[in-house]
Design a binder for this molecule. Structure first.
Ligand code: HEM
Length: 181
């Protein structure tokens, strides 16, 4: 997993809890890299999960909620640092449909060692998008947060239902229903 993800997770934690708390929580978490990450480095996803668990213990917020909040944070980061991906899109569905075949393809050119999920999208009705997320990493809630934040970024509202994809391991189906724009 790219170091930028770790750097931003700690930035979000600092923003929420303050630098001293972050230092203390990271010290206690007994991490292989001791909480020292560079944006261009690569670190095991298991370490990210460990950091989320440590902040969950500290805050009483569930790991899923923290992952989801982190999805919102990362969407803000992406919009600020990679605005070009957003500029030619006019809706959250256009953006979400572009992740697999356009955005993450470009990400892989920039960072050939990135570990990216796969997405299959389908418009299942007026204002409805089905998005099947496949990844061996336990980041469903992070993905949920990214999708929610994407909807907000395009000034839309939606209901998002999440279920396991039948007969497909490591796959989760998001059903996104636009309720307002
Ligand atoms: C709504 C849009 C997006 C969704 C739903 C999405 C989804 C995800 C998810 C769930 C992951 C975690 C890896 C995994 O689950 O296996 C990920 C990783 C990543 N995504 Fe996206 N993404 C979106 C947009 C973007 C954009 C705009 C960028 C811009 C550069 C981007 C760059 C990355 C990078 C750098 C990683 C980390 C790869 C690694 O750690 O090796 N994504 N994305």
């Amino acid at each position: 997993m790219k170091g930028v993800v770790f750097v931003e997770l700690l930035a979000m934690a600092e923003d929420a809890f303050g630098e001293d708390v972050v230092d203390a929580v990271i010290d206690k978490a007994d991490l292989a890299h001791g909480g020292a990450y560079t944006a261009v480095g690569n670190y095991p996803c298991a370490e990210l999960v460990k950091i989320v668990d440590a902040f969950s213990d500290h805050s009483g917020l569930s790991p899923d909620l923290l992952q989801r909040k982190f999805g919102h944070w990362m969407m803000g980061f992406f919009a600020q640092h990679y605005p070009a991906f957003f500029e030619n899109k006019s809706s959250s569905f256009e953006m979400l449909e572009a992740v697999d075949q356009e955005i993450h393809v470009e990400v892989l050119k920039l960072y050939p060692d990135a570990e990216l999920p796969r997405f299959e999208t389908d418009r299942t009705g007026e204002g409805q998008l089905q998005m099947v997320y496949s990844s061996p990493r336990p980041l469903v809630s992070f993905c949920h947060g990214l999708i929610e934040a994407c909807v907000e970024r395009f000034d839309e509202t939606a209901e998002i239902a999440i279920e396991a994809t039948p007969a497909q391991n490591n796959s989760t189906t998001f059903r996104i229903d636009i309720t307002g724009r």
